[in-house]
Design a protein around this ligand. Structure first.
Ligand code: GYE
Length: 316
């Protein structure tokens, strides 16, 4: 091979990957907040993946407030970012700002939580878990457990996530759909604990104070609220995981530790490590490659019996 040809090939090889992955992109990302271990892991995943993919990330934390997310999206539009991604704190109320993004020709990717909009073309794609299925998985575990005590009625209390958020609405729906098949299982109390430990503890305390009915089961829409509730249960002189069976969702490290200690019975996995997939998706969206409208994440169920073995494998 001539020297000139070698130089040409080297030049092409250096140049090609850049062309193949298109020009570097700028992403505006509006995050819900920092309400849970899940969210912390999700934020870390997005930041690390952006760095690894050479994506310039403009990151805004909305502190669980929709108005802050709307402001952040408007500022991303003003800054003419290449793509906007966001995890919507609640489902409704997005039409106006998404129309503004569309008018500015900036594609929008939903991550983690869904929206309810009249026109589905206001976002390109949605990547996240199937929350209805997570609720069903939690309930299926409970049905199996209930089968071991065939005559007992089981009173359930529910700690819901953020009011109006997709995971709170869907997890409740999936759970109720499955427990309906067994009339011995009844939700006797249900209130939002806003996905936080502090609020989960506070609401559980108030559930425990109402002594009209015995509480057999707690279904918490996330691990953090369950961990807060565990404290309330212990302070009330009861044994979490024994006197009250506890089921939650996410599968964060704190939940595995609680299971190892015998205080939590099961967690349904919800994977927050969406960063790498989101960055690949963003490249495709910006370069106008066709993408699926709905991309779901595969997840498992982890009962307390496997907690000690699984803990070292957990990445969040
Ligand atoms: O389950 C909870 C977080 O939207 C899936 O939000 C997410 C939920 C997650 O605060 O811990």
């Amino acid at each position: 091979m001539t020297a000139r040809r070698r130089t040409l090939i080297t030049a092409a090889a250096l140049w090609l990957p850049v062309a193949a992955f298109a020009a570097p992109i700028t992403m505006g990302f509006s995050q819900v907040g920092a309400e849970s271990e899940w969210r912390t892991a999700n934020t870390a995943s997005i930041k690390a993946a952006a760095k690894a993919a050479g994506v310039t990330l403009k990151f805004a934390d909305a502190q669980q407030k929709q108005e802050n997310q709307v402001k952040a999206i408007r500022s991303f539009i003003a800054q003419k970012v290449d793509v906007i991604a966001f995890s919507p704190v609640v489902e409704s109320g997005w039409d106006t700002v998404l129309k503004e993004a569309k008018a500015a020709n900036i594609p929008v990717i939903l991550t983690d939580r869904a929206v309810k909009v009249a026109d589905a073309s206001l976002y390109v794609t949605f990547i996240g878990s199937d929350f209805v299925e997570e609720g069903r998985k939690a309930a299926r575990w409970l049905l199996e457990r209930a089968a071991k005590t065939p005559n007992a009625a089981l009173n359930i209390v529910e700690l819901q996530g953020t009011v109006g958020s997709a995971p709170a609405i869907d997890r409740k729906k999936g759970f109720e759909e499955v427990i309906k098949s067994n009339p011995r299982l009844q939700i006797i109390r249900s209130q939002s604990g806003e996905f936080t430990r502090a609020k989960g503890k506070e609401v559980m305390e108030s559930f425990l104070k109402q002594r009209d009915k015995k509480i057999d089961v707690l279904f918490a829409h996330n691990d953090d609220m369950a961990i807060g509730a565990i404290q309330a249960i212990e302070e009330a002189g009861l044994k979490p995981g024994q006197d009250i069976v506890i089921i939650s969702i996410d599968g964060v490290r704190g939940a595995f530790e609680a299971m190892k200690a015998g205080k939590l019975n099961v967690t349904v996995e919800c994977n927050p490590l969406l960063g790498p997939q989101l960055m690949r998706l963003a490249q495709d969206v910006v370069t106008k490659k066709p993408v699926e409208k709905r991309i779901t994440v595969e997840e498992g169920v982890f009962p307390a019996e496997v907690a000690a073995k699984e803990l070292p494998n957990r990445k969040y």
